[in-house]
Design a protein around this ligand. Structure first.
Ligand code: NAP
Length: 276
């Protein structure tokens, strides 16, 4: 069996040209496409992510407006900053880095973002749109999973998919997108009782639980397709939620790093240009 390594770069590259063209055309009309990134506090992962996004948007011809706020910033101040960005016609998209410090309710932050500038689907109106079938508004990571499966020609219709994780940013929306493609998703979480049986039956597994190397070879069937969303730092290295030993049984898998994460960032850029 030839195993397909579903690397993220070719998927991201397939979007790059169209996005960069839109950004260049906007520039010719006098609009510099700008992503506002808000980081509250010192979470190291948020700062790494912010730096990556700045580099990416600049490589596409756009710009980033980075707003750094101290960890103790009151929620009301973060929200009033977002409202100003909503009114700023030079800002095309707004991306607040999560997680926010504990005293800030991230749902309130998401709801404050104008639906038109909500590049990672945090506003309830956009979340509702996704559930109604308007998937282009979905968050960047679920869209990255779907774009990757499509790029590598993975058939979804009629397939049993086990999604591990039910977060609002990954597990729930990816299940809805899979459903729209006529797959049969089963959403699993920390209280799921018969997880090994569900995984054994799955044609495709989307792992998004944030537990390093959680999915083991004995849990999956031969020929399974693995979409590993997990990004976990272990001993200074990044590992997924799926044990690399699973690759020997898989017909296709996304590597970590170099898999879904790369595509997610490009999906965010695509969202930034969707109204141009
Ligand atoms: P999250 O909000 O922490 O959600 C984790 C989910 O996994 C929860 O629904 C939880 O269940 C479930 N879970 C935890 N332990 C489990 C277990 N032992 N068995 C079954 N389910 C279990 O995480 P997230 O934000 O969705 O992110 C998930 C992973 O994806 C993380 O590693 C994160 O770093 C990564 N991520 C990657 C990207 C990317 O672009 N590649 C983007 C976002 C996130 P309960 O609901 O019952 O607690």
């Amino acid at each position: 069996m030839d195993t397909i390594i579903m690397r993220g770069k070719p998927v991201a590259d397939a979007y790059r040209e169209a996005i960069s063209k839109k950004i260049t055309e906007a520039k010719e009309r006098g609009l510099l496409v700008t992503l506002a990134i808000i980081v509250v506090g010192d979470d190291p992962a948020s700062h790494v992510y912010k730096d990556r996004l700045v580099k990416l948007i600049e490589s596409l011809g756009g710009a980033a407006k980075v707003i750094l706020m101290p960890a103790e910033t009151p929620e009301a101040e973060v929200i009033s900053t977002i409202k100003k960005l909503n009114r700023n016609r030079y800002v095309s998209g707004i991306m607040p880095m999560m997680p926010m410090p504990k005293h800030i309710n991230s749902d309130n932050v998401g709801a404050a973002i104008s639906p038109n500038k909500d590049v990672d689907c945090l506003n309830p109106q956009n979340i509702g749109d996704v559930f109604m079938g308007r998937s282009r508004f979905a968050a960047c990571t679920p869209r990255a999973c779907m774009a990757t499966l499509e790029h590598y020609g993975i058939e979804l219709e009629g397939k049993r998919v086990a999604v591990i994780g039910r977060s609002n940013v990954v597990g729930k929306p990816v299940s809805v997108l899979l459903l729209q493609k006529n797959a049969t998703p089963t959403i699993c979480h920390s209280r799921t009782k018969n997880l090994p049986e569900i995984l054994q039956e799955a044609d495709i597994i989307v792992a998004a639980l944030g537990k390093p190397c959680f999915v083991k070879p004995e849990m999956v069937k031969e020929g399974v397709v693995i979409v590993d969303v997990g990004i976990n730092a272990v001993d200074g290295k990044l590992v997924g939620d799926v044990d690399p030993a699973v690759e020997a049984k898989a017909s296709a898998f996304t590597p970590v790093p170099g898999g879904i994460g790369v595509v997610s960032n490009m999906m965010l850029m695509e969202c930034l240009t969707r109204h141009l």
